[in-house]
Design a protein around this ligand. Structure first.
Ligand code: SAM
Ligand code: SF4
Length: 352
């Protein structure tokens, strides 16, 4: 094995950089980075009020967006550095043309890449499910914030509940396993549906993920009082359908996972980044559609990998660039600090 071709150990006072080749990506807080989220586009056909209520600002010029070839090249380098999971997201990733082609290029990175997943609002999923599966997509997560048609329309700006429910059925029938469903729970909006979602998980044998509302909305309407805590979500479900914890430690996962004590089908996951920070075990890094590396959802700065790659940098230099960025990953987010500043770019740009 080729290791330590060049090692720079700089004084921690000067720059905490330790650049080592062909070893997993490690940050300065001893966290190994295994999970890369790639935003394929910052555009979206939905207008979820907690994400992108007013649509995108004027579109970035097309040539600022990474091409599939660039994404494949960068991903291959990331995988050589120990990334095991890639999730394609956005914006709405399926708005990008020929996503199965991108999936097929990334699937070539298996078996070092162990998990290739997609998060989608489901609007256009049914039409593409077969070609995504054939291209090598392993898993899909669909977003569903209400089981009531009118409310779904109000939340997303689009009258598409039936389409998303059909997409969930398609995901199951094309053999995606598991099928996960994300619901962002917001007080006074859909918190009265928590138990209905749990019932939906049981009846449809899917993994329901309840997510706390985070301050990443482009409308800047987030308020602490709108956050329904993970604990409240747990209590609401547990009182109707007793739950049994599946993972006693989350390790680098974001969710506490539960099964139903009565042996019912489906799974419940609770993701509580606001009330129960899990930064200490974070293994994630993000690449925006325009090629910026973000080391945290709440980063206030980004690292321009796109221009570095386009400048003709060698593979070795790109490896050094990535390692140099990862080592500086923030120890934690600051949502709960009085001086918290919401990042300039919002969830749809960062890639949730
Ligand atoms: N458009 C796709 C979708 O909606 O599934 C993928 C991108 S979306 C940004 C990814 C996930 O982020 C979705 O499940 C969405 O519900 C979640 N999300 C968006 N804004 C959020 C916020 N402010 N707080 C918590 N989750 C959010
Ligand atoms: Fe679009 Fe997904 Fe954001 Fe909704 S959550 S506006 S579907 S990117």
């Amino acid at each position: 094995m080729k290791v330590n071709r060049r090692i720079y150990i700089c004084s921690p006072l000067v720059d905490k950089l330790s650049i080592i080749y062909n070893v997993p990506l490690l940050d300065a807080h001893n966290r190994t980075i295994r999970d890369l989220r790639i935003s394929l586009t910052d555009r979206c056909n939905f207008r979820c009020f907690y994400c992108l209520p007013n649509g995108e600002p004027p579109l970035a010029r097309k040539d600022t967006i990474l091409t599939f070839e660039e994404i494949a090249y960068i991903s291959e380098i990331f995988v050589s550095l120990g990334i095991q999971k890639i999730r394609l997201t956005g914006g709405e990733p399926l708005l990008r043309k020929d996503v199965p082609v991108m999936v097929a290029q990334l699937a070539r990175l298996k078996p070092r890449l162990t998990d290739l997943a997609l998060t989608t609002n489901g609007f256009d999923f049914t039409r593409k499910a077969g070609s995504l599966k054939d291209a090598g997509l392993d898993r899909v997560t669909l977003s569903l914030d209400s089981l009531k048609a009118d409310r779904f329309h109000e939340i997303t700006g689009v009258d598409a509940l039936d389409k998303v429910l059909t997409a969930i059925e398609s995901a199951k029938s094309f053999g995606f396993d598991p099928v996960k469903i994300n619901a962002v729970i917001v007080r006074g909006c859909n918190d009265d549906e928590i138990v209905d979602f749990a019932r939906f998980a049981r009846e449809n044998d899917v993994k329901m993920r309840f997510i706390e509302f985070m301050p990443l909305d482009s409308g800047h309407d987030w308020q602490r009082s709108s956050v329904v805590s993970g604990n409240e979500i747990y209590e609401a479900i547990h009182s109707q359908f007793p739950l049994k914890l599946k993972n006693s430690s989350r390790e680098s996962e974001t969710a506490w996972k539960y099964e139903f004590s009565d042996g019912g089908k489906g799974e419940i996951g609770i993701i509580a980044p606001v009330t129960e920070m899990f930064c200490g075990a974070c293994s994630r890094i993000r690449l925006t559609a325009d090629g910026q590396i973000r080391t945290c959802l709440f980063s206030t700065n980004e690292h321009n990998l796109r221009d570095f790659v386009r400048s003709g940098a060698s593979r070795e230099e790109i490896v050094e660039f990535i390692q140099g960025v990862v080592i500086k990953k923030e120890p934690r987010h600051h949502i709960n600090d009085p001086k918290f500043v919401q990042p300039a770019r919002t969830m749809s740009f960062i890639g949730g």
